[in-house]
Design a protein around this ligand. Structure first.
Ligand code: APR
Length: 231
């Protein structure tokens, strides 16, 4: 069985009812990312940043937001091939986990987590919070921030991800527009390591010319079909 690295983006959760970033009516059409998703924005107007992520957390916890057939197909693939699959996601939702996938690598952080501003310690939280919230880890309680990797910050787990890419036989990018690095560069790293590469997306991404194979369509249609070849 080949080593498979899958990278997912907002497109895989679109049919579950969560907005993508760059499509029509996407999150970045309604908010300037410079206002809500940078360390500078957080320093300038923390209330706006807390509110943006509180709203997204509430939307995620809406009962109607459930994993779709694409999340489930990935979870089933993991049940078949175990640690031959590495799932890296840029998404901050928990739909891969709800579908049953284990060891999801959240390179851009998680909505259902907060981080102590002083120690960096991470906490699971389903609640809204703001600048009045205090951490529980420090002697002199410090504030907490959304556990999200903002523009200008270093994505998480990069050593782990590059090690997996170095031994990948297949690299699949699902539901991502290929605009944001370093994730948009994984296809090139995987190719240099000798992997076959495929893009499964509604539209061709900005880096689509790098991929060996392309399947355009809704994630719920193309992902289960494509993954069925890995028996
Ligand atoms: N099925 C498959 N693909 C879809 C679907 C769908 N139902 N709906 C939309 N898409 C595709 C779009 O064609 C688009 O190319 O998903 C892609 C979503 O792209 P973006 O909105 O740019 O999301 P993503 O690539 O995940 O963004 C990367 O940017 O703002 C940051 O940190 C944020 O993690 C995010 C990163």
């Amino acid at each position: 069985m080949p080593n498979i690295v899958i990278l997912t983006g907002a497109g895989i959760s679109a049919e579950s009812g969560l907005k993508t970033f760059r499509d029509n009516d996407g999150l970045w059409e309604n908010h300037r990312l410079e206002d809500v998703a940078t360390p500078e924005a957080f320093a300038r107007d923390p209330a706006l940043v807390y509110r943006f992520y509180n709203q997204r957390r509430v939307q995620l916890l809406n009962q109607d937001v459930r994993p779709n057939a694409a999340h489930i197909a990935i979870a089933k693939l993991q049940q078949r091939i175990g640690n031959k699959l590495t799932l890296v996601t840029q998404n901050v939702d928990n739909l891969h986990e709800l579908a049953g996938t284990e060891d999801v690598v959240h390179m851009h952080g998680e909505l259902l987590s907060a981080r102590c501003l002083k120690s960096g310690k991470r906490f699971v939280t389903h609640d809204s919070f703001d600048s009045n919230a205090r951490c529980e880890c420090c002697e002199e309680p410090a504030g907490i921030r959304p556990d999200i990797v903002w523009f200008g910050e270093q994505p998480m787990y990069m050593d782990y991800i590059y090690n997996k890419l170095a031994t990948a036989d297949w690299f699949l990018a699902i539901g991502t527009s290929g605009n944001v690095y370093p994730a948009a560069g994984f296809v090139e790293v995987a190719k240099m390591a000798g992997a076959k590469t495929a893009e499964l997306n509604l539209d061709p991404g900005a880096n689509d010319y790098m991929f060996d194979y392309q399947q355009q369509g809704l994630a719920t249609a193309v992902v289960p079909k494509f993954l069925s070849q890995f028996k």
